[in-house]
Ligand binder design. Structure first.
Ligand code: TXA
Ligand code: MG
Length: 337
């Protein structure tokens, strides 16, 4: 049985979190909200607890976990080297949606970092997450609380849908504010490398790391080929990414969506479009689209659509993260000239 407890997301009381803290201290996994997405947390110093995360998520064993802390002072004993840029990034972005990869001292459970000599750390900007970390007294390893391959959870209901009766507890604190996972930056390379775009925009990072290395595979020059080998964040329902959608009329998009007489849902990212097929508007700004992205992908499976058509967005600010997730999630890409 999975117990769901609701807590105040801004001012959680110690009483309301006591059972979750007890479970974490006993080596159990607990799902909890962060500002990005819900996490599936366990004591990062306890290998048995960490193993339960991998088992519940069916996560490949070679994919290491992010370790969550409440303060910088709690992190530094785990770091073998602290580059100067660590402090400036921490000061500007923590608590917040930034994860930093650094050389570690090996004090964390070895299955949390999968034998690497590095550790991924972050301080989340969420009162519930911070209180759980503080009160349990240990760093918390937490991947996103979804089955491996599924869209990340932005609401407690998403966690239930993936883990009902598989984990002892879900702490519900309402919908998450950022809607995508943290940005991951590797500080062990010189200059630092962007490993995953996320809640902190590249534009904001470049202010502190002007020479940040952004791998080619994230760039607009590398369109994703149809029939991609690996899907990630994917709904069961077929998902199509429509490139150059801004240059198309609403009618043209409706025709593409309804091809072969299918029942489509258009995931609409442009307020200037008006469609005749069913539409889910993701919002008027890139930030709103980002916040609503994962619940829109899950909605495709909850309703009886047989295809989802996602209108692409511009590759800047939150749009860079949105396109990174959609390129991984989409089963096919349609490009029109
Ligand atoms: O917003 C987030 O980051 C959420 C919340 C719960 O904090 N967590 C999350 O975790 O998205 P997860 O496990 O879904 O993604 C962790 C990412 C993976 O891409 C993993 O490969 C990378 O961080 N990672 C973890 N440790 C690493 C390391 N030592 N070196 C390089 N990449 C690492
Ligand atoms: Mg994940």
């Amino acid at each position: 049985m999975t117990r769901m407890i609701s807590v105040d997301p801004l001012h959680p009381t110690s009483d309301s979190l006591q059972d979750a803290v007890d479970l974490l201290q006993k080596g159990e996994v607990v799902a909890f909200p962060t500002e990005t997405v819900y996490g599936l947390g366990a004591d990062a110093t306890n290998p048995h607890a960490v193993a339960k995360i991998y088992a519940a998520k069916k996560r490949p064993a070679d994919n290491p976990l992010i370790i969550h802390f409440a303060t910088i002072e709690a992190i530094t004993p785990y770091l073998a080297e602290i580059p100067q840029i660590f402090h400036s990034l921490a000061e500007k972005f923590w608590p917040g949606p930034l994860t930093l990869v650094l050389k570690q001292t090996q004090n964390i459970a070895s299955n949390a970092s999968q034998g690497l000599d590095t550790i991924a750390v972050r301080i989340p900007a969420h009162a519930v997450a911070l209180a759980l970390i503080q009160e349990s007294g240990v760093p918390i390893a937490a991947p996103s609380a979804n089955l491996s391959g599924k869209p990340s959870p932005t609401r407690a209901e998403h966690v239930i849908s993936d883990f009902k009766d598989q984990i002892p507890m879900i702490v519900s604190g309402g919908p998450t504010l950022i809607g995508v996972e943290s940005t991951v930056v590797n500080l062990t390379t010189s200059p630092p490398t962007l490993l995953r775009p996320g809640g902190v925009t590249v534009e904001d990072l470049l202010e502190l790391i002007p020479d940040l290395v952004i791998p080619e595979s994230y760039s607009a020059q590398h369109p994703v080929s149809p029939g991609m080998k690996y899907t990630h964040y994917s709904p069961e329902t077929e998902l199509i990414l429509l490139r150059n959608s801004r240059q198309l009329s609403s009618t043209a998009i409706d025709e593409i969506a309804s091809i072969n007489g299918r029942n489509p849902l258009i995931l609409c990212t442009s307020s200037s479009h008006s469609h005749t097929t069913d539409v889910l508007s993701l919002g008027d700004s890139l930030f709103e689209i980002q916040v609503n992205l994962f619940s829109a992908l899950r909605l495709l499976d909850e309703k009886s659509y047989d295809v989802g058509l996602f209108e692409d967005v511009i590759l800047e600010k939150e749009g860079f993260t949105i396109m990174n997730r959609i390129e991984k999630a989409a089963h096919h890409v349609i490009t029109t000239d």
